[in-house]
Design a protein around this ligand. Structure first.
Ligand code: NAD
Ligand code: ZN
Length: 264
């Protein structure tokens, strides 16, 4: 007899085959298989280290920028070593095939773009850019990294000596309004919202599934642990995303390893 999980996976494939305007909403769970810890997994989630979370907040940045950067330095190696996973490649392939219009991500790691996704809305910003909090001068990650390597901690603006802040949304920060507006528009126009690897507790991103539903889209959730939206979804699968993406990719005739990509 076929296990029930395969039933659900087959139904996901049927929905994906029928859908014409898929939007993906992704969270930190799409990148754990790339070695980047998420926040809220019961095991290995960074949330278990409260001091770290406080130092990475907007308040922590203003009050103790040196400690903020020390925490960033702890998190940087896995971020810099990460390679896109099958799930990132799956979404890029859906976009290439004209099935998926947009990836809305809460991640700051840039892995969707590296896998080939083009229309990516980074709701929580990116670690690739930074700016001076006083004169707003923009800095690349490499420029900030070079200041850190020269022991300039916290790194400061060469123009006005203001603090440099990464362009990521910290706890206590507002979301970039333009990204949120684009995300809202995308979910209101999709026929299927594929929600992957998000605990769906961080607002306003966590409100996007409700908006999609109200505009008539179906929801599919793939996440290891339950989410507050499970009861409103067409299909919910609690399975590792690597397995999910392998299954869907195989069934839809995709080769998810582009030439030259490292084996996973
Ligand atoms: P989260 O940490 O709150 O939730 C991640 C969810 O993914 C968990 O429910 C977990 O069960 C699930 N998960 C983990 N590994 C999985 C796997 N292999 N297969 C299936 N499910 C898996 O993440 P969130 O909802 O994105 O919200 C938290 C915030 O974390 C976001 O604001 C984001 O900016 C930030 N964040 C980003 C990164 C990143 O860029 N990679 C990493 C950590 C945190
Ligand atoms: Zn400045």
């Amino acid at each position: 007899m076929t296990p029930p999980r395969n039933d659900a996976l087959n139904r996901v494939v049927e929905h994906l085959e029928r859908a014409t305007r898929v939007v993906a909403l992704t969270g930190a769970g799409v990148s754990t298989e790339a070695g980047i810890p998420d926040f809220r997994s019961s095991e290995g989630g960074l949330w278990n280290d409260l001091n770290l979370m406080v130092s990475l907040s907007s308040w922590g940045f203003r009050r103790a920028p040196g400690r903020f950067y020390a925490s960033i330095l702890r998190l940087l190696p896995p971020l810099l070593n990460a390679q896109p996973t099958r799930t990132h490649y799956l979404l890029a392939e859906f976009e290439r095939r004209g099935k998926l219009t947009t990836v809305i991500t809460q991640n700051i790691d840039g892995l969707h773009q590296r896998a080939g996704s083009r229309n990516v809305i980074e709701l929580h910003g990116t670690y690739r850019r930074a700016h001076c909090v006083d004169c707003q001068h923009a800095y690349t990650f490499e420029e900030v990294q070079s200041k850190i390597q020269q022991q300039e901690l916290p790194p400061r603006c060469h123009r006005c000596r203001g603090l440099i802040k990464p362009d990521v949304v910290l706890f206590g920060d507002l979301l970039p309004s333009e990204a949120l507006a684009r995300a809202t528009e995308a979910v209101q126009q999709c026929d299927l919202l594929l929600i992957l690897g998000s605990s769906l507790v961080v607002y306003p991103a966590a409100d996007l599934p409700r908006q999609a539903r109200e505009a008539g889209a179906r929801l599919i959730i793939v996440n290891l642990e339950p989410t507050p939206y499970d009861h409103r979804a067409e299909i919910v699968i609690h399975t590792p995303l690597g397995e999910f993406s392998q299954f869907v990719g195989d069934r839809m005739g995709m080769n998810l390893q582009p030439l030259g990509a490292p084996p996973q």
